[in-house]
Design a protein around this ligand. Structure first.
Ligand code: GLC
Ligand code: GLC
Length: 818
């Protein structure tokens, strides 16, 4: 069952009924000012940091799920009837409801009592504000007298404190209202130099800033007393819950259309010029006034929309494909790329499933996210690499997360995840392959942000490699530390205290828990490092990495192979995890995919064997589950993984992040059919038709789909902010379609399904545009053995970089059976 449809031309998903299985959200903003918006106008906004600079308030996990938003109310001043054009929060039935989630914009429209409303929400590029343009049309035969109310609830900045510290917060809320603009200035009197504002294009009939005055005692957002009576209270908030609401009265002739613009923004003043007049307690507004005036105008909204469209044309133009599969095309050309940019902006901070107060930017998450956006925004990827590596510790290890506002690492979600450093090597090498910017390796980067500790970025990478080598266990495999990629495989934890966090609790010393997954990841990273070092002529590091790689592969072959698949780990006591010897959790997905990616077992058939075991034991129609058999009880020695009920999350859920590793593995061994098959099982667009089962948005990946052991097999959770976005983009573009930037050129090495006859693509790389066509005989499978580049035959499958960048290059590739 569907709840809407894709409009690929406009790059939108069009939701045609408001009661989607879950709120289906979108994001506004591309830089400092960001917001979430649901299909019924729920959501909130923040400046840079969803926890520390939250502008508007949101009620998590509420009933209904989505409470708090960018609300509008319409009231027919003749009949007294009122409704929300976005259906929520009034939930009065509306006709012709439509929500168009697009790239950085959401448009929500509907009709009620002959009044059509269409509201466009957008954050103009480069601004710290959002505009809502509401277009009202009177489709009646007669004139209409309409009241329009806006409503947002201010968050008192620190979203965590805001949700908990009521003994203080009920007394500190402050606002100002001047020229019809509502200013939120809680704590401005003391150490904050920032405030929020909310303006409207029209003269006001009234306003409200105190929640209770607007809603009325004991009432919710579904029937504010002010809307019901049509009379604003002109309330000024002192403490309690400050809000912003404008009341506009409109007389609409039959057929008349009017645009009303609301603008909501964030502004800062220099600390020494906060007040005007000086010495008063009034916000100095000279700086912000011109911005407010500008965005009250409807033509500015149109300009902002056009600029945003051009911005996305440019970003998405970096890579475009045309294949026989519409789901692949739609995701790669539009939605997957968009989701990668959203993870770039938000990491794991704010979604319907991430509260924005819990997690900052993850070290491993941010490094992996980079793989999905580096081609679109290489300069920003460069900065991201420098930011991340500046949080690295002198040991080569990493804080598990850092806060975007301060860019400082912290231990809040634990430390000592021994896979973390290796991801930095992969991120930097992806950046180098994309840009060829060797100079980045010479950038002076501190450890732990400590001035004076700067060394070249290259040294950070060397230390990342050494970090693993200095922490090997009895089998020569890397010690796992707190956990590896799988946050929940906590082999040194032994937690018996209810509620204790597995991520932060003290680990037991003296154990020998090792990770086969980190071994595979390290092998991959060591290969990349060998290439990086050899280009710098650092023979010493080249030799060390080659040796370390060989030793690691030998250790995996000797102790990481279980007979038909790769083992997962050894626990604290040295017992094997992820083996046929285990009762539950015999096979895990992570090492199968990653070992093949690292080239382990390619020569001796183990790679194929491991992939066959995945197909046999882990694959379901809804995707590949993380492990089998699921853990049915709590295993003290395994940690958080066995706390989840079978089929959910790390305990045998379809943890989508890991599926592309298997797709890549299949592509590497030449099974294009298998790779695409797995790709489509979790591809959101391909699952659109079962939206009633999948339940999350059909336009973006979710972190997890419930596995076969769960009663809700096929149900997705945790959409948007997941490493799944980057990895599926990589799997589809670099391995199935096989278009991979490398240091000396663009490799064209697809692994296609047998029934395709080829595909075409355009790819921008270092200023040059490549027009690529790949052809093959239907029914055959094989690889590209030579290319025709601008009419000349090139041996192998790498298109060499042109002598001078710029211009276009035509690449024709033919796939031949071996
Ligand atoms: C979440 C975390 C990620 C981790 C994964 C598996 O997605 O953000 O860091 O690798 O879960 O536990
Ligand atoms: C990761 C995992 C999740 C776990 C969390 C914190 O995000 O995906 O299952 O609960 O880390 O431990």
């Amino acid at each position: 069952m569907r709840f809407g449809y894709f409009d690929d031309e406009r790059r939108e998903y069009v939701i045609t009924r408001p009661d989607t299985p879950l709120p289906w959200i979108n994001y506004l903003g591309t830089d400092d000012y960001l917001g979430l918006i649901s299909n019924t106008a729920g959501g909130y906004s923040f400046y840079r940091d969803a926890r520390l600079r939250r502008l508007t308030r949101y009620r998590y996990n509420n009933a209904p799920l989505d409470v708090g938003g960018r609300y509008l109310y319409l009231r027919d001043d003749d009949s007294g009837a009122f409704w929300s054009p976005s259906w929520q929060p009034v939930q009065q039935e509306v006709e012709e409801y439509e929500c168009r989630h697009g790239l950085g914009t959401t448009i929500i429209g509907s009709r009620s009592a002959g009044i059509r409303t269409e509201t466009t929400y957008v954050v103009p590029l480069g601004e710290t504000l959002e505009v809502w343009r509401t277009r009202l049309t009177n489709e009646r035969e007669t004139a209409a007298r309409i009241s329009l109310f806006s409503a947002v609830e201010w968050c008192l900045w620190d979203a965590n404190d805001d949700a908990t510290n009521f003994q203080r917060n009920y007394s500190i809320g402050e606002v100002e209202v001047e020229d019809g603009v509502i200013y939120h200035k809680t704590e401005y009197r003391e150490r904050r130099d920032h405030f929020a504002w909310f303006a409207c294009s029209e003269p006001l009939a009234g306003f409200d800033t105190q929640r209770e005055a607007f809603l009325g005692p004991y009432r919710g957002w579904d029937r504010p007393v002010v809307v019901e009576t049509g009379v604003a209270g002109d309330s000024l908030a002192h403490g309690w819950q400050p809000i912003g609401s404008h009341h506009v009265r409109l007389d609409l002739a039959p057929g008349e259309t009017r645009d009303i613009v609301f603008a909501l923004g964030y502004a800062e003043n220099p600390p020494e010029a906060k007040f005007d007049p000086p010495g008063s307690q009034r916000i100095a507004k000279a700086g912000v006034r011109p911005v407010i005036e500008r965005y009250r105008r409807s033509d500015e909204v149109e300009r902002a929309l056009t600029e945003l469209r051009v911005h996305w044309d440019d970003l998405l133009g970096t890579f475009r494909v045309r294949t026989p599969n519409e789901h692949l095309d739609r995701m790669v050309n539009i939605w997957n790329a968009y989701q990668c940019m959203v993870t770039f902006n938000l990491s794991r901070s704010a979604s319907l499933f991430e509260s924005g107060i819990g997690r900052g930017m993850g070290f491993r998450d941010s490094n992996q996210d980079l793989l999905g956006f580096v081609h679109m925004v290489p300069e920003r990827a460069r900065q991201r690499i420098l930011d991340i590596s500046a949080t690295q510790l002198p040991s080569g290890g990493a804080y598990h997360q850092y806060q975007p506002l301060t860019k400082r690492g912290n231990d809040a979600v634990g430390s000592g995840f021994n896979d973390d450093p290796a991801w930095l090597v992969l991120a930097v090498s992806a950046y180098l392959r994309e840009t060829g910017d060797e100079a980045v390796l010479d950038e002076a980067v501190p450890f732990d942000n400590r001035p004076g500790s700067e060394v070249p970025l290259y040294e950070h990478l060397v230390r990342a490699v050494d970090y693993t080598l200095e922490r090997l266990g009895p089998h020569g495999l890397p010690l796992i530390g707190r956990a590896d990629w799988n946050d929940c495989l906590n082999l040194n934890c032994f937690s018996q205290t209810p509620g204790e966090s597995f991520q932060t609790t003290e680990n037991r010393e003296g154990g020998a828990a090792e990770s086969v997954f980190i071994a595979a990841l390290f092998t991959l990273a060591a290969k990349e490092m060998t290439e990086i070092a050899s280009r710098r002529g650092d023979q010493d590091v080249v030799d060390r990495c080659r040796q370390a790689e060989a030793d690691m592969v030998a250790a995996v072959e000797a102790h990481g192979w279980d007979g038909a698949w790769f083992r997962r780990a050894y626990d604290y006591m040295g017992n094997v995890v992820g083996s046929a010897q285990n009762e539950e959790g015999q096979i895990f997905i992570e090492p199968q995919g990653l070992a093949v990616m690292a080239g382990i077992g390619l020569a001796d058939g183990r790679a194929e064997q491991a992939l066959a075991s995945v197909r046999e034991r882990l694959a379901t129609t809804h995707g590949i589950v993380l492990l089998q058999p699921a853990f049915t009880r709590y295993y003290l020695e395994l940690g958080e993984i066995s706390t989840y009920p079978p089929g959910y999350k790390e305990n045998a859920g379809i943890f989508c992040h890991t599926n592309p590793w298997v797709m890549i593995g299949e592509a590497i061994v030449g099974n294009g059919d298998g790779a695409l098959d797995y790709y489509l099982r979790i591809n959101p667009s391909a699952r659109e038709a079962i939206s009633d089962i999948h339940r999350c948005e059909p336009y973006v990946y979710a972190q997890m789909i419930a596995g076969g052991d769960a009663p809700t097999h096929g149900e997705a959770k945790n959409s948007w902010l997941t490493g799944t976005a980057a990895w599926n983009f990589v799997a589809a573009t670099q391995w199935i379609l096989g278009i991979r930037p490398e240091r000396d050129g663009l490799r064209i090495d697809p692994s296609l399904p047998a029934d395709w006859e080829g595909f075409s693509a355009t790819r921008r790389l270092r200023g040059t545009r490549y027009h690529i066509t790949v052809t093959k005989q239907r029914g055959s499978s094989g690889r590209v053995r030579s290319l025709v580049v601008d009419g000349r035959v090139v041996q192998g499958n790498v298109v060499p970089l042109p002598a001078t960048a710029g211009g276009t290059i035509k690449v024709e590739a033919v796939i031949e059976s071996a």
